[in-house]
Design a protein around this ligand. Structure first.
Ligand SMILES: Cc1cc2nc3c(=O)[nH]c(=O)nc-3n(C[C@H](O)[C@H](O)[C@H](O)COP(=O)(O)OP(=O)(O)OC[C@H]3O[C@@H](n4cnc5c(N)ncnc54)[C@H](O)[C@@H]3O)c2cc1C
Length: 298
């Protein structure tokens, strides 16, 4: 079944449908084939409507935020992408901020600062959507987004359900949403009251510290850190800085980043990932596990 058999022309227009959808154009690593289509729901009801239609038609789908931690196969994805970009409302709550899943982390931090709400500065510079960051339990400087979350509203089956922070089972680069087909609609953050000036200073400090990270097309860190050692250190010790397959290169500045220096394919990046895994295992006996998420078949 095709998407045009499932949604009317006016529904596709209302969803801002992109047919086909290019992962190369919409992921930060800039590789991958196409999906049949992408839909951009603007509201939680629209999101839920799209999910329910796709499910009843038996069409596979996946949710994509900013595409900053995914590697899509060169053959693309046989299904529909639900992009959260248009779900970006932000509201102040008594103790914090309620953000829809498609809000960018940068917009969340600007809104927080404007309203004298601090405590989220450690997220500055992460090129994520709120939904993607909560799904991945993204973090930096030893802190993780899960610590700041009061609750998450997610679509479970046909209904939205509110999960307390404990129920979200956040742990290192892990959340409940990786285990169940629940889709994050919005996140309520707990914030600290503060002065706009000092909140902005905290944000700037974090952004400056990130200056050392590699520039260019990447997915951020490719591997999770094993206990007590960073994956980047292990990769460096295995002598892999600068190692490459085609245009896919291990970054000199941070060995846990793979850069697409031009026309890398997903297959080349995957080959480099396997080479890193094997060499690190041979040198240190540690088996690295990916942090990035794969889309499609490899
Ligand atoms: C230059 C660079 C720097 C980075 N620095 C950091 C860093 O400091 N710390 C860090 O933790 N990460 C970092 N990352 C990785 C990445 O930004 C994070 O993992 C981020 O949380 C991914 O968010 P996203 O919106 O891009 O998610 P996507 O890449 O779009 O999706 C990631 C996963 O989340 C799922 N998902 C997305 N939205 C939803 C939703 N609403 N409901 C359910 N599932 C959803 C997707 O299906 C996918 O499986 C970096 C990446 C880059 C490119």
């Amino acid at each position: 079944m095709y998407i045009a058999d499932v949604f009317s022309e006016s529904e596709l227009r209302a969803f801002g449908a992109e047919i086909p959808f290019s992962f190369r154009a919409h992921t930060t690593i800039g590789v991958g084939g196409n999906a049949e289509a992408a839909l951009y729901p603007a509201t939680a009801d629209g999101f839920s409507f799209a999910v329910s239609r796709l499910r009843s038609a038996g069409i596979a789908f996946l949710v994509l935020g900013k595409g900053s931690n995914v590697l899509a196969s060169d053959a693309g994805y046989r299904g529909v992408v639900l992009r959260t970009d248009r779900m970006r409302s932000l509201t102040l709550t008594e103790q914090g901020i309620l953000a829809q899943c498609g809000v960018g982390v940068g917009s969340l931090l600007r809104f927080a600062a404007e309203n004298g709400r601090g405590g989220l500065h450690f997220l500055a510079g992460i090129p994520a959507s709120v939904g993607g960051a909560a799904f991945m339990n993204a973090g930096a400087c030893g802190r993780y987004i899960g610590e700041t979350i009061r609750c998450v509203t997610a679509l479970c089956g046909e209904n939205a359900h509110v999960f307390s922070s404990d129920e979200c089972a956040f742990s290192y680069k892990h959340s409940l949403f990786m285990e169940q087909p629940f889709y994050i609609l919005s996140v309520e953050f707990m914030t600290e009251f503060g002065e706009k000036k000092s909140i902005l200073r905290d944000i700037d400090r974090v952004i400056c510290a990130r200056d050392r990270l590699p520039r260019g097309k990447s997915m951020g860190c490719v591997f999770k850190n094993p206990p007590d050692v960073s994956a980047g250190t292990l990769i460096e010790q295995a002598g892999l800085k600068g190692a490459s397959v085609g245009d896919a290169v291990v970054a000199q500045e941070h060995a846990n980043f793979i850069l697409n220096r031009g026309k890398a394919s997903a297959a080349q990046i995957r080959e480099l990932i396997e080479t890193i895994r094997m060499r690190v295992y041979a040198v240190s006996g540690v088996r690295l596990e990916e942090e990035i998420r794969y889309i499609g078949e490899f």
